[in-house]
Design a protein around this ligand. Structure first.
Ligand code: FAD
Length: 302
């Protein structure tokens, strides 16, 4: 069996595996797609000490760093079940069962898509999901934020300080965000809020040049010219496969303590799949290190 088995090969999982392997203990990684979300990211400018990089390049560096150590990398393998017996067992989609004394869950999350024409086509060409990451790319431009929940309104307030104008599109007749956020939003001079509207299409040629939406009460279609669209309708953790084995929040995020321990002894978690406050590469890597040290601590005590 492994001493530490990491499930997930994004920034959190890579960091956790390296920290474990450096203790000289038997370490493995199971990853559906090594690299994780950064494989879909173009420019990265907030990975501190690296002024600019690109996602696939960072993923290649992660893999190179992992391969410096004696780590079994089981790529293109999806975990489908976790069970604790004497050891912790992870069953893969292909039927194989991998056993370990401790497990670190780092299966990440995915942004919910609006699913309108243009969204997939213009991803990284004006369609963005992370205001902390991509906000500065739209300095001086007009952008839309789709979604009037807390994350959408936080994004709109954040972006309003950087871009020229922000238009918020909310499907329901009212915003769902906390009232303190709404008050702050409405106090800003460069924000327009459209409620009861349905996004119809993100338009563009080589990059985004506008958004079309339907006014739901009249059925009228409108079009606005703009350069960016931030989709903020939810971040979904990849944790469904865990069922009731481990405590998760209402949103499905794995609940962890300050050492990355979950409700099941010997099982730790890190990165975007957890209830950590913010979801970023540098934060995921830090929490991967924490969970790994937590697992090592557990191993020497049990
Ligand atoms: P992920 O990167 O999501 O990795 C999860 C891993 O788990 C993957 O290997 C996946 O294949 C695997 N996995 C999932 N389910 C299973 C399963 N059942 N079995 C086995 N493996 C599984 N952050 C920044 O800091 N700066 C940026 O500029 C930035 N830009 C971004 C741009 C985009 C388009 C996106 C989508 C995100 C961006 N982020 C950025 C956020 C950042 O990518 C994430 O916070 C980070 O990747 C989270 O790392 P993670 O390891 O927790 O999860």
């Amino acid at each position: 069996p492994y001493d530490v088995l990491v499930v997930g090969g994004g920034p959190a999982g890579a960091s956790a595996a390296i920290y474990a392997a450096r203790k000289g203990i038997r370490t493995g990684i199971i990853a559906e797609r090594f690299g994780g979300q950064i494989m879909d990211t173009l420019g990265i400018e907030n990975f501190i000490s690296v002024k600019h990089t690109e996602g696939p390049k960072l993923a290649a560096s992660l893999e190179e760093h992992v391969k410096e150590y004696d780590i079994d990398l089981m790529n293109l393998q999806r975990a489908k079940r976790l069970e604790k017996k004497d050891l912790i067992e992870i069953e893969l989609e292909n039927g194989a069962v991998v056993k370990s004394k401790t497990v670190i869950l780092s299966t990440g999350a995915r942004w919910r898509n609006v699913g309108v024409p243009g969204e997939a086509e213009f991803k990284n060409k004006g369609v963005a999901y992370c205001p902390h990451c991509d906000g500065p790319l739209f300095e001086g431009k007009h952008v839309a934020v789709i979604g009037g929940g807390n994350s959408g309104i936080e994004a709109a307030i954040d972006l309003a300080g950087i871009v020229k104008h922000v238009t918020v599109l909310e499907f329901m007749p009212e915003l769902k965000a906390d009232s303190v956020l709404q008050e702050r939003l409405y106090s800003l001079p460069n924000v327009t809020v459209l409620k009861n509207v349905q996004t119809k299409e993100i338009t563009g040629t080589d990059k985004v040049n506008g958004i079309s939406y339907i006014e739901r009460d009249t059925g009228t279609v409108q079009h606005i010219e703009l350069q960016g669209v931030f989709v903020q309708i939810g971040l979904v953790p990849n944790t469904d496969w865990l069922g009731d084995t481990i405590e998760r929040t209402r949103m499905g995020e794995i609940v962890v303590d300050k050492r990355g321990a979950t409700s099941l002894p010997g099982v730790f978690a890190a990165g975007d799949c957890t209830d950590s406050a913010y979801k970023q590469i540098i934060i995921s890597m830090g929490s991967g290190a924490t969970a790994s040290l937590g697992a090592f601590d557990y191993l020497i005590r049990n």
